[in-house]
Each structure stands twice: as C-alpha cells, then as structure tokens.
Design a protein around this ligand. Structure first.
Ligand SMILES: Cc1ncc(COP(=O)(O)O)c(C=O)c1O
Length: 497
C-alpha cells in the first residue's frame, strides 16, 4: 500500500470514515477468530513448529511500506496464530505456564485502548494497580502499610525484593556508595532446587553468584533448617554478612513448599531478610485446602509471585510485595525535576510506581489481573488451582500403576515427575528426552524435562484450568505409545508391560 501522506498529516489513525469502517470490520473479525482460537484449542495440536516459510513471510511483511490492517491481520492469523508456545492448550504441561482465559481478551483489548503508562501520575490505571496490590496484601495477610508493584514476572520481582533487602541490611549509604567491600560479604541462603532467578538477581545486584549458599534439602525437597542454621553461623564466624533466606512456596522442579514458618523463625533469630519465591505456589493461599501448607508466608519480608502462572492472567504479569515500604522505596526512588509530584492535576497522587522498581515506563498489567478477579472472583481461581492439584494426584496414581513408568519425586502439589523405565542396555536419559520431544512434535501433549538427582525426568506441570482427567490418560497413553514406537524404530524388542 503506497502512502501519500505528508509529515504533517501522517497520523497513524485511519485517514477517513471508510478507513475507520474497514478497521472496525477487521477488529470484529479478529475478535471472533481469536475467541474461537481459545475456545477450540482442544481441536488443534498442542504444539507445532513454525515452518521456515511462515517465518519468512513474517519477515517480508515488515519494511518501509505497510500492508494495511486487513492484510496485517490476515498474515497474523495465518502465520503467527497457529504457532504459539502451546500453553493455551489443555495438554500443555511444560515448564510453569499459565493458560490465559477467554475473558483476558477483553482486558487485553481495553489495555491497548487505554494504553496507560503506569510509571506514575494520577490516573485510573494507577488506582487499578493499587486496588490489585491491596487485594494481594489482604490475600497474604500483609499489613496495609506494605508496598508492592506489578512486574514482568517473578524474576524481576526477585530483583526488586532483594534490592529492598540489600537496602534494609546495609548499615552504610548503599544507594550512594554501592556495595563496597562490606557488600561483597553479603550472603543469601536458599535450598538447592531454588529457581535460577535468585542467582540472576544476585548477579544483577552486584552480589555475584558466590553470594548464594545452596542449602541441602530433606527427602521431599524442603530446605533443611538445621543445615541452614549451621551455614549462617559458619558464615558469621568467617566475617560474612547473612542478608536473606529465600523460602520456596513451590520449587520449579517438583513443587516442594519449604517449612516457611521454620524459615521465618530462623530469619527472626538471625535478623536477616525473609524472602519467599512463590512464583506459582504462593497463590495456593486462595485455597482453603492448600493454605495451611503455606503457613508462615505471612511473616515474609517480601514475596515474589506471578499472576500469569496459576491465576492465568495473560502474559506477562508478576508481583512483588514488601512488608516495609520504607526499604522498598529507598531502594528505587528517583524523581528528577520533570517527574516532581504536584498537589493536584495529572502529576498528583501517590504512589508513583517508578519509585518502587527500576522501570519508569510500565504497562497497564494490573487491568488484566483486576478484570480476571472481577470476572471470576477468588473462588473460581481457588477451585481451578485445587483442580490442578487433583489432576496431579490422578496422574501420579496412573503413573504408579504403569509397570513401564517410574515416578522420580513426590507429587505434593501440581507437578508429577517420572520416566519410562529403561530396558537393559538402553540409555534412559536419551530415551526419555526423545519421548518428550516426540510427544510434543506429534502434538499429543507438551510435558517438559528436568533432572532429578542427575536422572532425566519427564515433568508434567499441571497448571492448565482447561485440562481434564482424560487429558492425563491421553498423555500417559501417548508417552507409552511413543516409547514403543521409538524402540521399534531402533529395533529394540517389544516387551509387554
Ligand atoms: C519457582 C519459580 N521461581 C521463579 C520463576 C521465574 O518466574 P518468571 O518466569 O515469571 O520470571 C519460576 C518460573 O517458572 C518458578 O517456577
């Protein structure tokens, strides 16, 4: 499409009423098609790799001339829509991905129309984010005076939480001086299976990988509190500065929840910051059945968790809550003259979220969270969370009944780890990795893999609120079938289970 616009009339809006009419028609068509895409996920493969031809078409469409909205939508529908990650599909069980909701389309559309930059200023968008944060504080029984901010995910939430910890525990002007030699002595403690985002945060904050002390776990993946105490004592004796303990509310590999009340006791005794990584597990707080397992989380100094995981808010949306607002704000506040707050008008209002994280420009993620809660309420979310725990129990029981499968970890929450038992002479890790890839490529289901005690495990993380018990059986049947196919292709003898 050739543009004849001059710079002075070069708006990106349609040029005339007929342009608006065709944009409206495309928007309506897209809305219908996208809703069907979500509704009909079960009819399509859980995952398919994008062919190079589609990737080339996508590339060819971006250049100096635009194709117009109808053509751009057509290309999106044909070349992008079919090739998602798969997490909208009921048999996606890989990594830790939320599934989204159809109502999320409404919120995302409104988010685009409002197009708010929620770094600061006095807007409805800021009020919505405050409402969501107040809701989260109540859910975790944090004091009203606590602070928080929505983030891209738990990784960024962890950076912010540990920056607040550093601020709180440095007895020098860390904002001005940086870490210095004293800061290099900080140490952070977390169980072995703690997510890599904690280590990344420490690297980013200048504390370095070495600052992280990995603490042994008991047989069920929970941090060993005795060892934790010993390591802290050893470090103090060596002149180091224990800064924080990270407790897990759901480890990424197996969903283990640490004894959070026990961790809180250690932190109280030692005068160190208590941070909880609750990326997915923290929202189990909404379930009456699961809540007791999180006892102690309400004593944390900070909690990092995601709305895009077990609450299925459209990507991306995480959250950090910090008990002591002063430390949180001190770690990030930065208001040059042009961002000075005013008594009234658009520059009035507190808080400005740019004072609570490293980003000034921030999108209106809160709208997606607020909308989901307004549409479904806590009870629906809580039931969906309990549903995935029940599906995990069902899947674990089914795995335990299959002689050719073996479970590799307790399934205490929503994650089931197992493997196809290798036959004599078979490389179990290679076989199981291949089974997972093939099950994905055939579009049957999308589990992922991890390593437990060095052994490669098939990892089914059950987050998806669309999944059924039948999906668990289809997945296990698919895994067994694919394993046999791979063995026959290699000429290994078929053995009846
Ligand atoms: C336990 C845990 N912590 C942290 C993260 C990182 O979260 P995000 O991907 O939202 O940054 C994950 C991601 O799966 C996780 O499972």
């Amino acid at each position: 499409m050739t543009s004849r616009k001059t710079p002075l009339d070069a708006t990106l809006d349609p040029a005339d009423p007929s342009g608006w009419a065709s944009l409206r028609a495309t928007l309506h068509e897209a809305a219908d098609r996208l809703l069907d895409h979500v509704r009909d996920q079960r009819e399509i493969p859980v995952w398919q790799e994008m062919p190079d031809a589609d990737a080339a078409r996508i590339t060819s469409l971006i250049g100096s001339e635009g194709a117009g909205v109808a053509e751009a939508w057509r290309a999106l529908e044909e070349h992008v829509l079919p090739f998602g990650v798969g997490n909208v599909h009921p048999r996606f069980m890989g990594w830790v991905n939320g599934a989204g909701t159809p109502g999320g389309l409404v919120a995302s559309l409104a988010e685009a129309a409002i197009n708010a930059n929620v770094g600061g200023r006095n807007s409805g968008a800021a009020r919505v984010e405050r409402a969501v944060l107040d809701w989260a504080k109540r859910a975790f029984r944090f004091p009203e005076s606590a602070s928080g901010i929505l983030t891209s995910g738990t990784s960024m939430a962890t950076v912010i939480a540990l920056a607040a910890a550093r601020q709180a525990l440095a007895d020098w002007d860390v904002e001005t001086e940086g870490l210095g030699t004293e800061g290099a002595r900080f140490r952070v403690y977390a169980s072995g299976p703690t997510h890599s985002c904690v280590e990344s945060a420490l690297r980013l904050l200048g504390l370095g990988r070495r600052a992280l002390r990995r603490i042994d776990t008991d047989g069920r993946g929970h941090i060993d509190l005795g060892v934790l105490r010993e390591r802290i004592a050893e470090d103090r004796a060596a002149g180091l500065r224990p800064l924080a303990v990270v407790g897990n509310a759901g480890t990424v590999d197996v969903g283990a929840i640490d004894d959070l009340a026990g961790v809180a006791d250690v932190c109280d005794e030692e005068g160190v910051w208590f941070h909880v990584d609750g990326a997915f597990g923290a929202l189990a707080i909404l379930s009456e059945r699961l809540r007791p397992r999180l006892a102690g989380i309400e004593r944390a100094d900070s909690i990092a968790f995601d709305f895009h995981k077990w609450m299925h808010v459209t990507y991306d949306c995480g959250c950090v809550l910090v008990r002591n607002e002063t430390h949180h704000r001190a770690a990030f506040r930065s208001r040059p003259e042009y961002l000075e707050g005013q008594r009234s008008g658009l520059a009035a209002g507190e808080p400005w979220f740019c004072d609570y994280g490293p980003e000034l420009s921030r999108g209106f993620r809160a709208l997606r969270v607020w909308f989901l809660l307004a549409e479904h309420g806590e009870d629906d979310v809580s039931r969906a969370i309990e549903g995935s725990v029940e599906r995990a129990e069902y899947l674990a029981a089914r795995v335990d009944r299959e002689a050719s499968l073996e479970r590799l970890a307790p399934a205490d929450l929503n994650i089931v780890c197992f493997r196809v038992v290798p036959r004599p002479g078979e490389d179990g890790d290679a076989l199981n990795a291949e089974v997972v890839a093939e099950v994905q490529k055939r579009g049957i289901a999308a589990p992922s893999t991890t390593r437990l005690g060095g052994t490669l495990a098939i990892r089914c993380c059950l987050m998806n609120h669309r999944a059924t018990l039948e999906d668990m059986d289809v997945t296990v049947d698919g895994i067994l079938h694919v394993a046999e196919d791979l063995r026959s292709a290699r000429g290994s003898p078929r053995v009846s289970p």
